[in-house]
Design a protein around this ligand. Structure first.
Ligand code: NAD
Length: 296
């Protein structure tokens, strides 16, 4: 792999670009928004500073990581000479299909096209390209520079060779690949999202408060973070759309998003990224404060 293109410079895209660049791959980070690209570069620099402070990286490695990253706002020219595209744009089916049609036209014929989607069918994404054997899921976890797992998702038509290449590349990044097949939610979100939804139902039905639900799961199950805090961290809109993919994909009402989650998303209370979800987030403060709406 000589060159990597990452599409989408949001929460995940900046982390994916960071990890490739840190491992000496030249990366082009692409976003429709110039402001998002600038924010992503600031985030990468801040996260590299953290790694330097923890002596994980040297100042020189930080500099060379940053020098490996270029940015672009236009996909077609940016993917012309790339070996791998990792798409990490907004979790919307129509948007992803549009992007994959575009990159299929513009990228070299042997370029692998990967998606970081949390739940959208890789088989469906591959079906709009002329190279379904080269389309695969590369599902990084948040925060990307820290989390070891990459769920590698084989679409129905993904070739074994493509899977082997992506598994090898994932190991080269110092991550641990786990290959799964393409069914709604794959493995990570098929198991995680019903747990988060059940935690929201427990709150909605008044079984317990936000702190109690998260404390039971942290102390009782040794989870590093409770499910409601984790939902805020992932983004409640992302949780909502994944639950809908599970609901539609399996046709089973057990996956329907809890009405409280639907209300919060409709009202724009999306968790950490908007400053309020189940908790309230005050910039610069690390204290975890339950949102006033859920105080007893
Ligand atoms: P985000 O909203 O933080 O960022 C999405 C970015 O995509 C934005 O910067 C937006 O400007 C950009 N974008 C939209 N349309 C574009 C286009 N046509 N071309 C280029 N860029 C475009 O979203 P995110 O949380 O980073 O999620 C990205 C993907 O990663 C989604 O598929 C999501 O399901 C998946 N994912 C998210 C998490 C998580 O914890 N947030 C974890 C794993 C996977």
């Amino acid at each position: 792999m000589d060159h990597i293109s990452v599409i989408g410079a949001g929460t995940m895209g900046n982390g994916i670009a960071h990890v490739f660049a840190q491992n000496n791959f030249p990366v082009t980070l692409i976003d429709v928004s110039e402001a998002q690209l600038e924010k992503a570069l600031r985030t990468i620099s801040k996260n590299l500073d953290r790694q330097v402070a923890k002596t994980i990286l040297t100042e020189d490695q930080k500099r060379s990581t940053l020098s490996n990253i270029k940015t672009a706002t236009e996909i077609t020219s940016a993917v012309k000479n790339t070996s791998l595209v990792v798409e990490a744009a907004t979790e919307q089916m129509e948007l992803k299909l549009k992007i994959f049609r575009q990159i299929d036209e513009a990228a070299p014929i042997d370029c692998i096209l990967a998606s970081n989607t949390s739940s959208i069918s890789i088989t469906k994404i591959a079906s709009v390209t002329k190279r379904p054997q080269l389309v695969i899921g590369m599902h990084f976890m948040n925060p990307v520079p820290v989390m070891k797992l990459v769920e590698v998702i084989n679409g129905y038509a993904t070739s074994k060779e493509t899977t082997h290449k992506i598994i090898g590349l994932t190991k080269q990044l110092g991550k641990i690949p786990c290959a799964v097949n393409d069914y709604p939610g794959f493995i990570a979100n098929r198991i995680l999202m019903p747990m988060i939804n059940e935690a929201i139902h427990s709150l909605y039905e008044g079984v317990a408060g936000v702190e109690e639900i998260d404390t039971v799961m942290k102390l009782g199950m040794a989870h590093p973070m409770g499910p409601l805090q984790l939902a805020d961290f992932i983004g409640l809109d992302v949780c909502y759309s994944i639950l809908n993919v599970l609901y539609d994909g399996f046709g089973n009402p057990k996956y329907a998003p809890c009405p409280l989650l639907t209300n919060m998303v409709t009202a724009g209370f999306l968790g950490a990224k908007t400053g309020e979800g189940f908790y309230k987030y005050i910039q610069g403060s690390k204290e975890l404060v339950v949102s006033g709406r859920f105080k007893k």
